[in-house]
Design a protein around this ligand. Structure first.
Ligand code: DGJ
Length: 732
């Protein structure tokens, strides 16, 4: 990886990608290129032309060739000659919103600097900082770009510093803004709602703006803060694509703007709606990080770049090689209705079967027998657990298992001690009624005393009771966004300050309990975003635990997120979210491709099922390292096919595990073909301890699969809808 500066052109590159920025004649930055690696000399005339154009405004007198409207820009400003959406919108003390940020200097260095937000890290990262200054605004903007060895990504962040005497207001700051020369891209987004998070939607770019966003105070189940631009013919295995991930958990926007020159402006940042930030003299504002990647080798390759950067440079080092424990969570087994005995029965049975971590979900604290009360009172419910939490934890740990606990620290219910002591700790406008979500209200995490209050309650519990894992839930979004503790001018800061409060609590808890594995959760996957991975290396993917629904959810979640971050559990049938019946085998073989665990009342299972679960857990443990450290490759998409498949392969291409699923049974089909990927062409692999095949055969012809039952003959595999098969390949 290299950062070159020659002839006013910055060239950031590694073996596969180039990112080129030029200093334009008005000293703004031009975004010259982002794509496949460029070799040889780079000159300005290769990327831009001086040309007279009609109906344009020009920067210089007597020069009718230079208008920002026709330039590809790196950090566009509003107010001179470009009318597209800017990267920055400031209100100056005069009331003016004209900004004109010009290049003044730059520097490069090795080792990524820590910023005041969750972001990538790496001592070997190569960095470029470019300073831009507007001498009327008396404001300095520093753009930082980072490259990581062997990964085709650029991480970017923006810092704004007010060097003037007055206070300025930031109305908009995009963490990344690049202009691409042509608009022949399709935008892929990951959208949905509760229990159907991150479904894939593809749409052609058209003139104007297409955006995905959240204004809910969390990154949301509705749109994930990630998106892809791909060519129409790009597949999982070939073709160009650009991926963009926003490392932030609050309100965001990702948008593509196609202009009249058929160029695309691709941006991401904190959503400017309802956002403003007062920046006093000498104060700085740190905008969150954005990560960009480019591939010419299809979506699997794009995903690999994000998996690698998230696994190696976002998730904390100590979790990278940590063996994620097989867990049993009591939520779908008992909901709120549990006793000490019931929990210990579940744990004993779990231990017998090989489960390594028992997680006590919602309902252990306050007066929490349903979702109407309890949140905010973080002390043990001794009616339910008469011997306290420590007793439960010790009993579980004495079996050799780990103990995990659920919390939802950002919320409060009515009828709690917390709300009666601190009625002003809730977000809302005292002049208006407050909407509720799941009977709960959002605590005002913009305020340090509120975060302190929750922190102090939680450490009392966690200092006393040994805990190895925490599931941090968040079950509603912000409404009536008003804080009685913020001034009128600061109300636009509420959403961002709230997220800073969440990060602050995460930071304090993860510092104090470095051994605790955190799993983030928000009614399932409503805050599954890159920034959360910085604190919590795994996330509950969805409350939807149905194996067939999970094919889509896990498939498209893997576009950006490594499967080692995806919470995936085997649950009961009929499934609690969709009522579907699926076999234990299918549920298990879908859940294997994630962090793997169980969420059902195992004490009620038949002896046969228990025996199967015991074997399944042993199998998972045998393959756990491969699943969590290998490259994940998507083979057949549930969005386009009745047969779905994916695989993981180790770095040496000597071992692989393949999951194959058939949604609906079909009569009298011809043989199904399972074509693999990522293997060594010249290598030979034994599959499931049986036949040997060459890598080239498996990747070009593909494995022939008999259908389970064709109306006349059974293959030996279970027949009917919702089937799955697992193939373990070992090099021979
Ligand atoms: C929502 C989560 O997604 C569930 O897994 C469970 O923890 C419940 N909340 C508990 O209230």
């Amino acid at each position: 990886m290299h950062i070159q500066f020659e002839n006013g052109i910055f060239h950031l590159y590694n073996q596969n990608i180039s990112y080129v920025i030029g200093i334009l004649k008005n000293n703004h930055l031009g975004h010259y290129y982002f794509g496949k690696r460029l070799f040889g000399e780079l000159r300005e005339d290769m990327f831009r032309m001086d040309q007279k154009r009609g109906l344009s405004n020009y920067i210089e007198k007597d020069d009718m060739t230079f208008s920002l409207s026709h330039e590809l820009l790196e950090f566009p400003c509003f107010g001179t000659t470009d009318y597209r959406e800017p990267a920055i919108d400031l209100k100056l003390p005069s009331g003016s919103r004209i900004v004109d940020f010009k290049y003044i200097t730059h520097r490069t260095y090795t080792g990524k600097k820590k910023i005041d937000l969750p972001a990538t890290w790496g001592k070997e990262a190569l960095n470029l900082e470019i300073d831009l200054y507007d001498d009327v605004a008396e404001t300095l903007i520093t753009l930082t770009y980072s490259l990581f060895e062997g990964i085709n990504v650029i991480a970017k962040n923006v810092l704004i510093k007010n060097l003037g005497q007055g206070s300025i207001t930031i109305n908009r700051v995009m963490s990344s803004s690049i202009d691409l020369r042509d608009c022949h891209w399709d935008m892929v987004q990951f959208s949905g709602d509760w229990a159907r998070e991150r479904h894939e939607f593809v749409s052609k770019l058209r003139p104007g703006i297409q955006s995905i966003y959240s204004r809910r105070g969390a990154s949301s189940a509705q749109h994930n803060p990630t998106a892809i631009l791909k060519r129409t013919n790009t597949t999982e295995f070939a073709g160009e694509a650009i991926g963009l991930a926003f490392v932030y958990s609050g309100n965001f926007i990702i948008q593509s703007e196609v202009d009249s020159n058929q160029a695309v402006r691709l941006q991401c940042g904190i959503h400017p709606e309802n956002f403003s930030w007062q920046l006093e003299h000498q104060m700085s504002f740190q905008a969150p990080e954005a990560i960009l990647s480019y591939t010419s080798e299809g979506l699997n390759d794009l995903s690999k770049q994000f998996h690698n950067v998230f696994r190696d440079h976002l998730i904390q080092k100590k979790w990278q090689s940590y063996k994620k424990p097989v867990l049993l969570n009591n939520w779908e087994a008992t909901y709120f209705d549990f006793t000490e005995d019931k929990l210990l029965d579940l744990a004993s049975e779990a231990c017998e079967l090989g489960v390594e971590l028992f997680v006590l979900d919602d309902g252990w604290f306050g007066v929490r027998n349903g979702d109407k009360t309890g949140l905010g009172d973080w002390f043990v419910n001794t009616d339910k657990l008469p011997n306290g939490l420590k007793f439960i934890s010790n009993s579980i740990k004495s079996k050799g298992m780990q103990f995990g606990l659920w919390i939802e620290p950002e919320m409060v219910n009515e009828n709690t001690q917390l709300i009666s002591l601190h009625p002003d700790w809730v977000i809302g406008d005292p002049k208006r009624s407050k909407s509720h979500g799941r009977n709960q209200y959002v605590l005002d995490f913009t305020q340090t005393q509120v975060v302190d209050g929750i922190y102090n309650q939680l450490i009392k519990v966690l200092d006393d009771c040994p805990v190895d894992y925490i599931k941090w839930d968040m079950n509603r979004n912000i409404t009536e966004a008003f804080s009685v503790h913020l001034t009128a001018d600061q109300q636009g800061e509420l959403h961002h300050r709230y997220i800073l409060g969440v990060y602050d609590l995460y930071e304090r808890l993860t510092q104090r309990y470095p051994h605790i594995l955190f799993e983030s959760c928000a009614s399932g996957g409503a805050r599954f975003d890159p920034a959360m991975l910085y604190f919590a290396p795994q996330a509950w993917t969805s409350d939807n635990t149905d194996a067939i629904e999970r094919l889509k959810i896990q498939y498209s979640t893997s576009m950006f997120y490594p499967i080692t971050s995806m919470g995936s559990h085997v649950s009961e049938v009929p499934n609690h979210q969709v009522g579907r019946m699926t076999s234990l085998r299918t549920r298990t073989q879908v859940a294997y491709f994630g962090t793997f665990g169980y969420e059902l009342d195992i004490t009620k299972l038949s002896d046969d099922d228990k025996l199967d679960i015991k074997k399944d857990i042993t199998t998972f443990k045998q393959h756990r390292n491969l699943i969590h450290t290998g490259d994940f490759i998507r083979l057949q998409s549930p969005y386009f096919s009745n047969e779905v498949s994916w695989m993981v392969v180790d770095e040496k291409k000597s071992e692989a595990l393949v999951g194959w699923y058939q949604v609906m049974a079909k009569p009298n089909q011809q043989p199904l073909i399972l074509r693999l990927s990522g293997l060594g062409s010249n290598k030979k692999y034994k599959i499931n301890d049986d036949q040997v095949y060459s890598g080239s055969y498996l990747m070009t012809h593909g494995l022939l699969l008999r259908q389970a039952f064709n109306g006349i003959e059974f293959s030996g595999d279970p027949a009917g809808d919702f089937q799955s098969r697992l193939f373990h390949l070992v090099e021979v």
